[in-house]
Design a protein around this ligand. Structure first.
Ligand SMILES: CC(=O)SCCNC(=O)CCNC(=O)[C@H](O)C(C)(C)COP(=O)(O)OP(=O)(O)OC[C@H]1O[C@@H](n2cnc3c(N)ncnc32)[C@H](O)[C@@H]1OP(=O)(O)O
Length: 389
């Protein structure tokens, strides 16, 4: 089996892109990644698009083949991968398998979501489709409401305080302020978070990932292809990639304070990459809501159960802390264009491993991990990246 390398990365700024359609976003990100890889478009053999709701929101479902046409490379193998908010991470995983297996030497992964300016429906209606609609639709619950159950369960079980958990939003905004692609590049205070409007008790507006549009892209290549591209630049390997599922619905789970899919996917990815949590220098967790960031750190093995918030409070998630986390702004402040998020996370970690993160740079970062969650944990994708030169 071949090793898999990230030869190029590209992305758009995340924003409410009223002036750009889904096509503009995808093509911009893809061309940036192709240019960064130093390849010709015609060298791409397969495309994997991560997206959750283009069919529902834009009335446009067939994104893989469409992108091939838009890029002027019809004939390639084209796929759309859907795993709700983990669509991007799942697309990376599928592309990883395609190169690892030796079937393809050069593939393009594009994550995209356009939540604002929807043509056919509303973003909140689209997002709740990531739950089991036969059981949830009639309750009228939104995605924020379901995560409010998780928040309450965590605080009750571990006697944790909201002011400690809400610090995740302050942390993310601090780093987003130095990220030119971030949707909310501005610092916020804990007081502002705790006084922001209540969305679903206890989740406040400034503890929620925003609605936004964006696209990120990667070019993955095999060892064989890499020899053609040798240019002496920093090189990043996608060394481990895993996807796992959990009992789907919140109402069927006995414990809301952990996501089994994160535990399973991360253990497998760690094994594949030959690393342990203590070797990881930079982490991107799927903090769609502040409490989730805390839970993910525990499930990934970076903190003991019930103590993820302590790492945050002690400053251990800072760029010079024990486990630098969400150092480009995380979902809360870089933004969460649903099906694109898992690809943005890899983009952010590669930026760190290449030493290109500017003021947010983690000194000497060599190993990075991304964790991307679909639904309320129904699917989790974990990708582990290593700087190899
Ligand atoms: C597994 C998973 O990933 S599940 C997660 C899936 N994603 C979600 O569920 C999205 C959750 N977020 C939301 O639904 C929405 O962003 C909400 C409900 C929190 C807020 O939406 P709205 O009530 O429409 O807020 P609205 O857009 O009116 O914004 C009000 C103001 O706050 C700002 N704002 C809105 N959301 C955020 C945010 N999350 N962070 C910072 N600022 C924000 C807006 O820019 C706006 O500022 P302005 O008045 O200066 O222009």
């Amino acid at each position: 089996m071949s090793k898999v390398y990230v030869a190029g990365i590209g992305a758009t700024k995340i924003d409410e892109h009223w002036e750009k359609g889904i096509r503009d976003l995808m093509v911009e990100a893809a061309l940036n990644a192709i240019k960064d890889a130093g390849i010709e478009k015609k060298e791409i053999e397969a495309i994997f698009v991560g997206n959750m709701s283009s069919g529902y929101l834009q009335g446009q479902e067939h994104l893989g083949s469409l992108l091939a046409t838009w890029l002027g490379i019809p004939g390639v193998a084209a796929n759309k991968v859907e795993a709700a908010c983990a669509s991007g991470g799942a697309a990376v995983h599928n592309a990883f398998l395609a190169v690892k297996s030796g079937v393809y030497d050069c593939v393009l992964v594009v994550g995209v979501e356009k939540l604002t300016d929807a043509i056919t429906s509303d973003a909140t209606d689209a997002l709740i489709m990531a739950e089991d609609q036969e059981y949830v639709a009639f309750t009228g619950a939104s995605f924020v409401a379901l995560n409010a159950f998780v928040y309450k369960a965590y605080m009750k079980k571990y006697q944790a305080k909201q002011e400690d958990i809400a610090l995740f939003a302050v942390h993310d905004h601090k780093y987003a302020a130095n990220n030119p692609l971030a949707q909310y590049p501005k610092p916020i205070t804990l007081e502002e978070v705790l006084k922001s409007p209540m969305v679903a008790d206890p989740v406040r507006l400034l503890e929620s990932a925003p609605l936004g549009d964006g696209s990120a892209a990667l070019v993955l290549c095999s060892e064989k292809k890499l020899k053609e591209l040798q240019n002496g630049d920093v090189l990043v390997e996608l060394a481990g990639s895993s996807l796992s599922t959990e009992i789907f619905s919140v109402h069927d789970r006995t414990d809301l304070t952990s996501i089994g899919a994160t535990v399973k996917a991360s253990r497998k990815a760690f094994q594949m990459a030959g690393v342990e949590p203590k070797n990881v220098n930079v982490v991107e967790v799927h903090d769609a809501f502040t409490v989730l960031g805390v839970i993910h750190l525990e499930d990934l093995g970076f903190a003991e159960r019930g103590s993820g918030w302590k790492l945050l409070k002690e400053g251990q998630l800072e760029k010079d802390g024990k486990i630098p986390t969400n150092t480009m702004g995380g979902l809360k402040a870089r933004g969460h264009p649903v099906g694109a998020t898992g690809v943005y996370q890899v983009y952010d970690v590669v930026t760190q491993l290449r030493g290109e993160a500017g003021k947010n740079q983690v000194d000497g970062a060599e190993v990075g991990l991304t964790q991307n969650v679909g639904g309320v944990g129904g699917t989790v994708a974990v990708n582990i990246l290593k700087r190899v030169r």
